[in-house]
Design a protein around this ligand. Structure first.
Ligand code: WT7
Length: 653
């Protein structure tokens, strides 16, 4: 297991209990809730669902016909009503719902009253354009309040949104529109990224050129002059024009608990993206309860989740979870290093952010840029920190703890997936004694297990790497893959069909205390001379070295050992790459984990190939290391990175 070592001021194996002051004020401080939920998960989830506003009560909590679940059957509610209307009666009506800052520094504040009005008006716009309950609407917007307004307006009338990340190409957009058969597209003329204009409208035009299901395109004017934007007569309509004419009164459609809320596409291990389908009552129950308990949301918090709304984190923890809790959500459009590398810290200081939820890949970038940037800012308002997206290495965890959290903020390392809808494995900040790089344990009401290939539970505390499974249905689980139920069964339920376990595809271990350690995708686990080695464990050892900024490790085919370990390494600024350093890194890993984990190849590179969501594309690294033609590179943030790596590998390798 990854141990803390060599981070000055911390002991190996050190654990981090919450402070008594934090616990005393926490939303959850009674450890008994774990037992209460485990004793009767359905009753517990029903209690959490009861915190929402239902226009008609459910008649049955859960129906489980493996692999299909329904939750809160017969119940009716509306997601937008719960996120907006419900807060208007009391003092929250004039509270900031969204505080926005664009990359160029423009700012806006929408109170709950404002946001409600905008959503009602846009719901009427959608209706006026012929959108009806059950129709699909594709949203392709920058990170601006209109993204949340569009989503909530769909939810209000019962249309199914499918948000496509603004960084995706025209081809990806076309594929998602085609699969979801959307009839309306909502986009903007552009958005800002590192001082450049991302021309969304051009991509949108290309995506619907020729045959398409899209009938109308609504365009939000974010950039300067609307006259420079090509608008297709009869098809394209300006958001602001439509809103001028729209009425502000709107009834929220009472939706069945199992009516679809959204489809969100996520990449599969092969080819075509998977359309994850989430429904209404169970999903909202899951995101509302987890937001409240895990981020310890309070009335006066200013909460910032840095994810784009194009990802599930943006759906569940920028829009639905926090707004259902009546929280103040901060939203930022641009890049963390624009105009300077302290933009995030400047924003935290400026807005008095109290809760920050971001990704390990961002934290490692901040580490690489150095501690001077955060040190320039007063971040004493922060009280809870979150991490999501991939396993966080102990070094990054400790850096986050010390340099961002001032050693006072609990860190919640939250494991979940697009498919799970809501956080599944996580600390509770007022209760859990955290261990750097452990996601702690399943959220109350979630039943998980670590099993072997046959599905038998592995004992706690074993060294063996196991497979994470979820053993009972949960309210916010995906219901199917849009238009492909067969694939849904195959991908998630066929591996442990006999046991009826959900298979997330992640490796895990549980230690003596019952804490879970997520070890990356199961397909990221290497088999070297018959030993299971987690790529993440080797990466963690590498980034633990003072010269290393980031590392990606893959298993490449090796004729004797089965697989050999190849490491792609980026160095901290000012460090030069030498063959001595490569040798030193190999020994360092061998020393940290054992000789068996010693990398065979170390390749220094200025950048790693990443998807736009920041995930390292190990599949491409494997292609490079094994000298194959590169597979699909369309989801890469910067395709030139792999091309130059490939060249370099064949020269040096
Ligand atoms: C995969 C899901 C959940 C929103 C963002 C990603 C990995 C996610 C953690 C974590 C270790 C994590 C898993 C998971 N992952 N969070 N805290 N620790 N691994 O959503 O794109 O659906 O990816 O991300 O491998 O299966 P996603």
């Amino acid at each position: 297991m990854a141990e803390i070592e060599k981070v000055e001021g911390y002991r190996a194996g050190q654990t981090f209990p919450p402070s008594p002051e934090f616990t005393a004020q926490a939303n959850v401080r009674d450890p008994h809730i774990y037992d209460e939920a485990a004793a009767n998960p359905e009753a517990w989830w029903a209690k959490r669902a009861g915190e929402l506003r239902w226009t008609q009560p459910w008649t049955k909590i859960c129906e489980w016909n493996p692999p299909h679940a329904k939750w809160f059957l017969g119940g009716r509610l509306n997601v937008a009503d719960n996120c907006l209307d419900r807060h208007l009666a009391g003092p929250r009506r004039n509270k900031a719902a969204i505080i926005f800052e664009g990359e160029p520094g423009d700012t806006r504040v929408l109170t709950y009253w404002d946001l409600h009005r905008e959503v009602c008006k846009f719901a009427n716009v959608l209706l006026s354009q012929g959108v009806r309950k059950g129709d699909r609407v594709t949203i392709y917007l920058p990170m601006i309040p209109e993204a949340a307004i569009a989503m909530l307006a769909c939810a209000r009338i019962g249309a199914v949104h499918t948000v496509v990340f603004g960084g995706f190409s025209a081809d990806s957009l076309r594929e998602r529109i085609g699969d979801s058969q959307s009839k309306l597209l909502i986009t903007a003329d552009g958005g800002w990224r590192r001082g450049n204009v991302v021309r969304l409208k051009d991509a949108a035009d290309a995506a619907i050129e020729g045959e398409t299901t899209i009938e109308k395109v609504i365009v939000y004017n974010r950039m300067e002059d609307p006259r420079h934007v090509h608008m297709e007569p009869g098809r394209d309509l300006w958001w602001h024009r439509l809103m001028e004419e729209a009425g502000a009164s709107s009834e929220a459609e009472p939706m069945d608990s199992e009516d679809p809320l959204y489809i969100l596409y996520t990449s599969g291990s092969t080819g075509k993206p998977k359309g994850i389908l989430h429904t209404t009552g169970g999903y909202l129950t899951g995101v509302t309860a987890t937001t409240k308990d895990i981020f310890d949301i309070k009335e006066e918090d200013v909460y910032w989740c840095t994810a784009d709304v194009g990802w599930v984190t943006g759906h569940s923890y920028v829009v639905y979870g926090p707004l259902a809790n009546g929280a103040t959500v901060f939203m930022y459009e641009g890049a963390p290093d624009w105009p300077q590398r302290d933009r995030f810290w400047a924003l935290i200081e400026k807005y008095g952010i109290t809760i920050l939820y971001t990704a390990p890949t961002a934290i490692r970038a901040f580490m690489k840029w150095g501690t001077d940037w955060p040190a320039k800012h007063d971040m004493s308002t922060l009280r809870v920190l979150g991490s999501v997206g991939e396993p966080i290495n102990p070094e990054a965890w400790l850096w986050y703890h010390r340099h961002i959290g001032g050693e006072r903020c609990p860190i919640v390392d939250t494991w979940w997936q697009t498919e799970t809808g809501a956080i599944m494995i996580t600390p509770l900040p007022g209760l859990s004694t955290t261990k750097p790089a452990s996601a702690s344990r399943p959220f109350p009401g979630i039943a998980a297990e670590v099993v072997d290939e046959q599905g038998s539970p592995l004992p706690q505390g074993t060294d063996q790497t196991g497979i994470l499974v979820i053993t009972r249905p949960w309210p916010s689980m995906l219901r199917t893959l849009w238009g492909d139920d067969e694939r849904y069964r195959k991908v998630y339920w066929s591996k442990f069909e006999a046991q009826g376990y959900y298979f997330p595809g992640d490796g895990a271990r549980r230690d003596e205390d019952g804490d879970y350690w997520l070890l990356g995708r199961v397909d990221d686990i290497m088999l070297v001379a018959g030993h299971n080695i987690s790529t993440m464990e080797v990466e963690s050892a590498l980034v633990d070295h003072p010269s290393v900024a980031e590392a990606a490790v893959i298993g490449r085919v090796h004729e004797i050992k089965g697989q050999a370990i190849a490491a792609f390494v980026t160095l901290k600024e000012g460090v030069t790459h030498t063959s001595e350093l490569a040798g030193e890194l190999k020994s360092h890993v061998a020393k940290k984990i054992g000789a068996i984990s010693r990398p065979d190849d170390i390749l220094f590179t200025a950048e790693l190939p990443k998807t736009r969501s920041g995930k390292i594309m190990r599949r491409l690294l494997r292609d490079i290391a094994e000298g194959r033609a590169l597979g699909d590179t369309t989801t890469l943030a910067d395709p030139s990175v792999v091309a130059s790596l490939k060249e370099k590998y064949s020269e040096e390798g």
